[in-house]
Design a protein around this ligand. Structure first.
Ligand code: PLP
Length: 344
C-alpha cells in the first residue's frame, strides 16, 4: 500500500537552526555551546535536529531520558548526556549506550559508583530545588571519586532580571576547583544573554535554537525554524449573520469567504489561537473556535484560493505565545504526530 498522504506538514529549516546555534555560540566564544534535544528535539525530531546541529559544529547534546538517548545512538560518537540521571531500571541501557548520565541525587551517585559506571556528569542544585545534589554534599566530598566530565547547575529565572540569577551563579562559581570535573556549565538559552560570567565552560541552549526568543536582547537575531503548513479541505461562503464553528462563537459580520483547514488542537494548534491566530502573515485570520482537527480562516482577500491549496500558518513563537497565553516551549513541544516533518 502507498503510505497515506499527510494533509498537514511541519516545514523545518535546518539552516536557520544552524544559524541560531552559531549566533548563540558566538555570545561567549570562549565557552563551548551544546544543545538540548529532549522531548524529541523540542518537537522537531531529535535525530534530524541533532544532524543539523552537528553540521553547524555542536558537540554536546542533552536529552531527558534513556529512551531519548537510545534514539540518538544511530548517529554514534557524539556526546549525549541524560539529564534525568539513572534509575535502577536504566542501568542496563546506561551500560550499553555511549551516552552518560547526569547524576542528580546521592542515590544515583552511589548507584553509579557501585556499578563502576565510568564518565558521568553531575547536576548540583543551586536554589531551584528541582533536580540536583546539594552544594553542601559537593563540598562534603560526595562526588570526589567520580569521573566527572561536566558539573552543571540550572538557572530558575534566567528569562527575567531576577535576584536568583546572581545568587545561583555565585553558589555555582564557588564550586570551581572543588571537584575534578573537566568542565562547568550553568546557562540555558536565556542564561547565555546574562553575560560571560554565566557561561563557564559550556552553555546549554534549547528553546532559542528552535526559534524561541526568551530575552529581549535576542530579538532580531533568532530565526524562526518551525512553520506549520496545512491543506485547505473546503472553501465555502458564509452569509452575513451566519455562525462558524463550535458554540457559534463567531458570526459573519458580512458575507465571508471561509477556508476550512486540516489542523486543530490535537496537533498542538491550541484553542488559544481561536479568533487570534492567522495564516500567510496575517492575511487570513482564524475565525471562531479551533476544533480538534479543523480550523476556519477568513480568506475573503483571496478569490483564487481553492480546495487542495496549501497555506503557511503564522507561527512566530513570541507572537504565538502572546496570542495563546502559552509558553514558547509548550507551543513547540506540543506539535503532534500528524504533521509530516520535512527539512529544507
Ligand atoms: C531544558 C534544559 C536546558 C535548555 O533550556 P532552554 O530554556 O530550552 O534553553 C538546559 N539545561 C537543562 C538542565 C535543561 O533541562
Amino acid at each position: 500500500m502507498t503510505p497515506a498522504s499527510s494533509p498537514l506538514r511541519l516545514r523545518l529549516d535546518g539552516q536557520a537552526l544552524g544559524r541560531n546555534w552559531k549566533w548563540l555560540a558566538g555570545r561567549n566564544p570562549e565557552a563551548a555551546c551544546g544543545a538540548a534535544l529532549k522531548a524529541n528535539g523540542y518537537g522537531l525530531g531529535a535525530v534530524e535536529a541533532m544532524m543539523a546541529l552537528a553540521n553547524a559544529g555542536c558537540r554536546d547534546f542533552f536529552v531527558a531520558t534513556w529512551a531519548e538517548a537510545m534514539e540518538l545512538e544511530v548517529l554514534g560518537g557524539l556526546p549525549v548526556s541524560v539529564l534525568h540521571g539513572v534509575r535502577e531500571d536504566d542501568m542496563p541501557l546506561a551500560h550499553a549506550l555511549r551516552a552518560r548520565p547526569v547524576l542528580n541525587t546521592p542515590e544515583q551517585v552511589k548507584r553509579w559508583q557501585r556499578a563502576r559506571g565510568g564518565p558521568c556528569d553531575v547536576m548540583v542544585d543551586t536554589g531551584m530545588n528541582r533536580l540536583g545534589i546539594s552544594v553542601e554534599d559537593v563540598v562534603a566530598g560526595l562526588i570526589d571519586n567520580l569521573e566527572i566530565e561536566t558539573l552543571m547547575s540550572h538557572l530558575a529565572c534566567a528569562d527575567e532580571d531576577h535576584p536568583m540569577n546572581a545568587r545561583q551563579r555565585a553558589w555555582f562559581a564557588g564550586l570551581a576547583g572543588r571537584t575534578k570535573a573537566k568542565r562547568m556549565s550553568l546557562a540555558n538559552s536565556a542564561g547565555i544573554m546574562l553575560g560571560s560570567s554565566y557561561a563557564f565552560d559550556l552553555v546549554r541552549p534549547g528553546i532559542s535554537l528552535y526559534g524561541g526568543v526568551v530575552r529581549p536582547e535576542m530579538a532580531g537575531h533568532i530565526a524562526q525554524v518551525v512553520q506549520p503548513e496545512v491543506e485547505v479541505l473546503q472553501r465555502r461562503r458564509v452569509l452575513a449573520g451566519e455562525p462558524v464553528g463550535y458554540n457559534a462563537l463567531w458570526t459573519a459580520p458580512r458575507d465571508t469567504e471561509v477556508a476550512i483547514i486540516n489542523l486543530g488542537y490535537a496537533d498542538g494548534y491550541w484553542r488559544g489561537f481561536s479568533d487570534k491566530g492567522s495564516s500567510s502573515r496575517g492575511r487570513f485570520p482564524v475565525i471562531g473556535r479551533v476544533s480538534m482537527d479543523l480550523v476556519a480562516l477568513d480568506v475573503s482577500t483571496d478569490p483564487a484560493m481553492k480546495e487542495g491549496d496549501w497555506l503557511a500558518m503564522d507561527y512566530d513563537l513570541p507572537t504565538a505565545a502572546q496570542q495563546t497565553g502559552m509558553s514558547q516551549y509548550e507551543l513547540l513541544t506540543g506539535l503532534g504526530h500528524r504533521f509530516k516533518r520535512y527539512w529544507v
